[in-house]
Design a protein around this ligand. Structure first.
Ligand SMILES: NC(=O)c1ccc[n+]([C@@H]2O[C@H](COP(=O)([O-])OP(=O)(O)OC[C@H]3O[C@@H](n4cnc5c(N)ncnc54)[C@H](OP(=O)(O)O)[C@@H]3O)[C@@H](O)[C@H]2O)c1
Length: 343
């Protein structure tokens, strides 16, 4: 039997990774809510190339946190708003030598976990998008990319190499990095797309085809790079283009964007940002840990981040609505950002 791996908060990302790890022979326990258990015996994944992945017999689904007690590695994949609560449960549950890998978006999740659980916490990112299909029984990857995580030291480093091997057997790449804080900052800059997609209700592909929506994302990214740099962080490149260059490319006409950044626009038409997926499921979103985090950080530095403020406020408005949600047209979002920049 392969390594004993747990997933704390198995939704889209945690479920996708858990299915792969089990398919590769790891002994995997997915902790989720009752809704996860409905998929027992049916949970599966679909890769970006369309390949179907079945987990085999070494996957267990549970809503009982006690089942994580014997795990040597736990992937933390709850939304940012659930991280504090996860800390408390993980501190009570896991072995002291259990290595915890946060694969959440946002800047502060791994730091929050580390403050409570110590150096056995490693930060990481998943650079691709995963959506639920077939009522959540199938977790489908809709864009290309890889997983990046900190290298760790000593026994933590050994555990991270074990995880990298287990993922490799499953056909997934984990790149171990020495600059994971910069990677997290770079991912946050890219993730500012989440708020723009959620405010407008656009899929990733449609958002990239809209010049006004791209303009809003570019403004959010410019502010993000500026504020993170003022805060002493150096956002690293996590997709084909570096975070400082991407806003410039997005401002070009559609035809040029399509040609220059084909990798950016050739996403699956079904790809939807996780913030939009939350709105559609009537769940609270992570917007305060994404665009909201840039607006807060700006305020801390006596500056403003009007595009991120506007986008955050627009998503909060939608959180309070009953279906059908009244999304903003991309031009309307742009007009609000322009007005806020002029104030
Ligand atoms: N989806 C993507 O494409 C993607 C890509 C890269 C990174 N990410 C990041 O990965 C993280 C997870 O995203 P996701 O889309 O996978 O979210 P998700 O589908 O909402 O999955 C999180 C799951 O954890 C469950 N959960 C929360 N607290 C729990 C607890 N104490 N015990 C058991 N289960 C618990 C949630 O249940 P409830 O909803 O019922 O509370 C939910 O099912 C986020 O930080 C996100 O930004 C997502």
């Amino acid at each position: 039997m392969g390594p004993r791996i747990g997933v704390f908060g198995a939704g889209a990302i945690g479920g996708f990774l858990g299915v792969h790890l089990a398919a590769g022979g790891a002994d995997v326990t997915l902790l989720g809510r009752r809704s996860l258990l409905e998929h027992a015996g049916r949970l599966r994944a679909r890769r970006v190339d369309g390949a179907r992945v079945e987990p085999g017999a070494s996957l267990r689904l549970t809503d009982d946190p006690e089942q994580l007690r014997d795990r040597e590695l736990v992937l933390v994949t709850v939304k940012s708003g659930d991280t504090e609560a996860a800390c408390t449960q993980l501190a009570a549950l896991t072995r002291r030598d259990c290595v915890l890998v946060s694969l959440q978006n946002g800047l502060d999740n791994s730091a929050t976990l580390r403050a409570r659980l110590g150096d056995r916490v490693v930060g990481g990112i998943v650079s691709y998008n995963v959506i639920r299909e077939d009522g959540g029984a199938c977790l489908r990857q809709t864009t290309g990319g890889s997983i990046l995580a900190g290298r760790g030291a000593g026994e933590v480093a050994a555990a991270m190499r074990t995880l990298a091997r287990a993922l490799d057997v499953a056909g997934l790449t984990l790149e171990l990095r020495d600059d994971i804080d910069e990677v997290l900052a770079g991912k946050l800059v890219i993730n500012l797309i989440n708020g723009v997609c959620a405010a407008t209700g656009l899929s990733l592909a449609d958002m990239l085809r809209s010049r006004d929506a791209r303009w809003c994302w570019a403004q959010c990214m410019r502010e993000g790079v500026d504020i993170l740099t003022r805060d002493g962080r150096r956002p690293a490149r996590v997709i084909a283009l570096p975070p400082w260059l991407l806003p410039r490319v997005l401002g070009l006409p559609n035809a040029i964007v399509t040609r220059v950044a084909r990798r950016l626009v050739s996403v699956d038409p079904a790809a939807r940002s996780s913030t939009l997926q939350d709105l559609e499921r009537g769940k609270p979103t992570e917007i305060d840990a994404l665009n909201g985090a840039i607006a807060r950080l700006a305020a801390r530095h006596g500056a403003r981040a009007p595009a991120n403020e506007v986008v955050t406020a627009a998503v909060h408005e939608l959180e309070g609505q009953r279906a059908p949600l009244r999304f903003l047209a991309p031009g309307e979002l742009r007009a609000r950002v322009e007005a806020a920049r002029g104030r």
